[in-house]
Design a protein around this ligand. Sequence first.
Ligand code: ATP
Ligand code: NCN
Length: 217
Amino acid sequence: MILENPTEKAIGILGGTFDPIHHGHLRLAIELYERLDLAEVRLIPAAYPPHRSFPFANAQLRLQMLQAAIIGTPGLVVDDRELHRLGPSYMVDTLSSLREEYPYRSLCLILGMDAFSNLPQWYQWQRLITLAHLLVVHRLGTQIPAFSTMQDFLSEHQTNCSDTLKKQLTGCIWIEEIPVLNISSTQIRHLIAAGKNPRYLLPAAVLNIINTHQLYS
Ligand SMILES: Nc1ncnc2c1ncn2[C@@H]1O[C@H](COP(=O)(O)OP(=O)(O)OP(=O)(O)O)[C@@H](O)[C@H]1O
Ligand SMILES: O=C(O)c1ccc[n+]([C@@H]2O[C@H](COP(=O)([O-])O)[C@@H](O)[C@H]2O)c1
């Protein structure tokens, strides 16, 4: 669907395991919020992330860490809808429920280039672009996938005009190069397990929750 006079800004959607949330996630969300003039970026923790082992921290604590991380940050919102579903937290179900809630709103699913390269392994992956745009960001050391499925997918959907993301509700791929911080949740978990201090890789409020609940040690 094409909107002749789009009045409402697009909503960015950043799903993740967030085990734990860190400054890499938060900078990514803020950069995209500002650069693409989004209404907000929704951080959506996965209850049961598909295609990876079970998270170390339980879903309620990962949610609590997210809420603590974004307090007072304009444009960032936590959305806990995946915590109310049973079974694997498939993105297609999350986008379907957002689409029901916002039938006439542009939705932009944010993906790192690594996640984008693995998209064909996602459940019903070809439906994703019928429910939202894909906002693909470069992460250090990642490249645009060279294999034909993704090259074809890109040539069909990639847009060079960011205004299209506002005018259309779904169906476009936008690639954004951003200065990505080389931080991962795995690195933070490993530091804590080794008795080292992860301070400054993640918000102090998140580290307080980790310490209170003795997570990852
Ligand atoms: N440092 C970072 N900069 C930008 N994007 C990131 C960064 N770390 C993760 N992301 C992106 O955020 C989303 C959620 O990431 P996730 O919760 O898996 O974090 P992670 O740090 O990659 O975790 P883990 O090390 O446990 O795999 C993914 O799309 C991922 O590509
Ligand atoms: O829907 C899927 O099949 C699917 C497969 C892999 C990952 N995802 C989602 O991608 C997001 C990032 O996942 P992860 O494993 O990098 O934390 C998170 O929201 C996951 O639920 C979704």
